[in-house]
Design a protein around this ligand. Structure first.
Ligand code: EPU
Length: 420
């Protein structure tokens, strides 16, 4: 697998353009299965997860054409079960379940396993589909769902760690074609869920309350084709903002939605980072001495779990003690040991990481087995003295469009070593 070689210590300067949001585009691509008419999706990021989802749609019988960052999907005639191995490999593929059930009244997907960030159950997805009238059987590694009729009802989707993002996407995508009204309480409020609701409404759905914990969905008989532009990736934008702070540079981040990033911007400012909003751009530089901050990840509009690892990397450079608490996933700390290889002093106490920051980081070979953990290691490598080789960057390519090229444009000394 490819790796990245980074020669650290160079302040990053210049401009970077933000790509479409991975976590918005995946459920939107899945929702194209709800109609036999063509759907055009713009601002699609070039990521392996997106390519994967394209292949899954094709394995279900949809035609997928790609021109630059525009995907056209037409699911004229589809079947309710795709390629087992393809679906099993990407956890995000669970979001085909709701659309398939709504369109075909039956669906079969491989049961997603746990992953490095936690057990990742789908009980809430299944609870919501059952409430709409689906019969569900889980066996032989498959989730098989059937519902001759889907009937609107009240569904409470809150779980142990709060709302579920893809669970909300799935239930919303099924309820749009149910009979009557569905009310989802404790719905996820993430901008990616709102983006999906906007796409579904453009297809003729009737969803009210997106962005709030209560969604009211009035079922319609059928949906039609639609065009949609995916929102900018707030996690990618946050990662570049932290890169500016960590390398003591100045980056202008273009094509972002600062209004989706309030919790991150607030924490960065508290940490002494200067963040200036200019419409859809953000100008980020280190203001002076960095300050330690305590961070707790929460559902939106709280601090995102997907920026926890990157924020921890920043805190490694910050003199003093910061406490970073992960409340969404139970074991999302795989970056801790690897940051330790670069010289960071971090200990784990239950759901919290205690970072004794301010030690000089120095380059080393590291490896991460989760997307955001890999991003944190790249950031640490950019700030470290000497060379850092981030191995197995497969995960990074799943979620960051051309991250090495974007960093290079900002002056980073970074190169991709391709495995031969
Ligand atoms: N949960 C349950 N039961 C369920 C579903 C979730 O208990 O049926 C729990 C999870 O175990 C977790 C919490 O609820 O503790 C929240 O999980 P959620 O369902 O919201 O996560 P997800 O929808 O599977 C999406 C993103 C993740 C992101 C989370 C939280 C996609 C493709 N993935 O996952 O993105 O961390 O929401 O915001 O949208 C990433 O991009 O690196 C990433 C992991």
């Amino acid at each position: 697998m490819d790796s990245l070689l980074i020669k650290g210590g160079v302040p990053l300067h210049g401009d970077v353009q933000i790509s479409g949001a991975k976590n918005a585009v995946l459920p939107i691509m899945a929702a194209t299965l709800l109609t036999n008419e063509p759907c055009v999706i713009r601002h699609v990021p070039d990521l392996t997860d997106v390519k994967f989802m394209g292949k899954i749609l094709q394995s279900l019988g949809a035609e997928v054409t790609i021109e630059g960052d525009t995907f056209t999907v037409q699911a004229r005639r589809i079947k309710g079960h795709g390629d087992y191995e393809l679906i099993r490999k990407m956890r995000g593929s669970i979001c085909i379940l709701g659309p398939l059930l709504a369109r075909l009244r039956k669906a079969e997907v491989s049961q997603p396993g746990g992953c490095v960030i936690g057990t990742r159950p789908i009980d809430l997805h299944l609870k919501g589909l059952r409430a709409l009238g689906a019969k569900i059987v889980v066996d032989e590694g498959y989730v098989r769902v059937q519902a001759p009729r889907l009937i609107g009802t009240e569904i409470f989707l809150g779980g142990r760690a709060g709302p579920t993002v893809l669970g909300t996407a799935n239930i919303m995508s099924a309820a749009v074609l149910a009979e009557g009204v569905t009310i989802i309480e404790s719905a996820a409020c993430e901008p990616e869920v709102t983006d999906l609701a906007n796409f579904l409404n453009a297809m003729g759905a009737k969803i009210q309350g997106a962005g709030s914990p209560t969604l009211t969905i009035t079922g319609v008989k059928e949906l039609h084709g639609a065009e949609h532009e995916v929102i900018p990736d707030r996690i990618e934008a946050a990662t570049f903002a932290i890169a500016a702070a960590m390398t003591n540079g100045e980056i202008t981040i273009h094509g972002a939605r600062p209004d989706h990033m309030n919790a991150v911007i607030d924490k960065l400012r508290e940490a002494g980072v200067k963040v200036e909003r200019r419409g859809t751009s953000l100008v980020v530089k280190r203001g002076g001495k960095l300050q330690p901050v305590d961070v707790t990840t929460l559902p939106y509009a709280g601090f995102p779990t997907d920026v926890q690892a990157q924020m921890m990397a920043l805190m490694c450079l910050t003199p003093g003690i910061s406490i970073i608490t992960e409340r969404i996933f139970e074991s999302r700390f795989s970056h801790v040991a690897e940051l330790g290889r670069l010289g960071a002093d971090i200990s784990i106490e239950g759901p919290s990481a205690i970072v004794k920051g301010g030690k000089r980081l120095s380059g080393a070979p590291v490896m991460a087995s989760d997307l955001r953990a890999s991003a944190a290691l790249v950031l640490a490598g950019l700030a470290a003295k000497g060379s850092t080789q981030v191995n197995r960057i497969y995960h990074l390519d799943r979620g960051y469009e051309k991250i090495d090229q974007k960093l290079k444009q900002l002056g980073a000394r970074i190169s991709r070593i391709q495995e031969t």
